[in-house]
Design a binder for this molecule. Structure first.
Ligand code: SF4
Ligand code: SF4
Length: 148
């Protein structure tokens, strides 16, 4: 690729897209999305989310940093991989969604009382203690997640 082409591409790469590419798992794939909408149409839960995957990728490319990182949509991904097997560009969508959630958590931008994020944290802590899930403790932790 010529230097001039590289410079032209950089011109259209906003700083948030570069940030995602540098910090989010598989984030370098976001620029490959062609906005066909197959992922959002295939996602069993996407229609209930504020921002299904196609929209999240479009928002990243539009530089909407605050809206993306505060969105609760990434936290609702169930890792069913429907989107991944159908994406014509073979984007690792599931990984990007979880990568965005992890990055938002690292920056402390997850909305307070976001229930799916809370569940993810409780589940992770439970599993990391002994290397497997203790279902009794998981149930109790979830039941009392807001205190007695
Ligand atoms: S299916 Fe793939 S190419 Fe199409 S909108 Fe989703 S991520 Fe983009
Ligand atoms: S892996 Fe996540 S984003 Fe993809 S279809 Fe399943 S729930 Fe939707």
């Amino acid at each position: 690729m010529s230097e001039m082409n590289k410079a032209m591409i950089e011109q259209y790469r906003n700083s948030f897209l570069s940030e995602v590419e540098a910090n989010v798992e598989e984030g370098e794939w976001v620029k490959m999305c062609m906005q066909c909408g197959v992922c959002s149409g295939s996602c069993p839960l996407g229609k209930h989310w504020a921002h299904p995957p196609q929209e999240i990728f479009m928002m990243i490319r539009a530089g909407k940093r605050d809206e993306v990182l505060a969105s609760d949509s990434m936290w609702m991904c169930t890792s069913c991989y429907n989107c991944v097997v159908r994406c014509p560009r073979q984007l690792p969508i599931t990984h990007i969604m979880h990568g965005l959630a992890t990055y938002a958590k690292k920056l402390g931008l997850v909305p307070q009382n976001q229930p799916t994020a809370k569940f993810a944290e409780i589940f992770w802590n439970n599993m990391m203690k002994k290397g497997r899930v203790n279902e009794l403790k998981l149930g109790l932790s979830l039941y009392f997640k807001d205190g007695f």
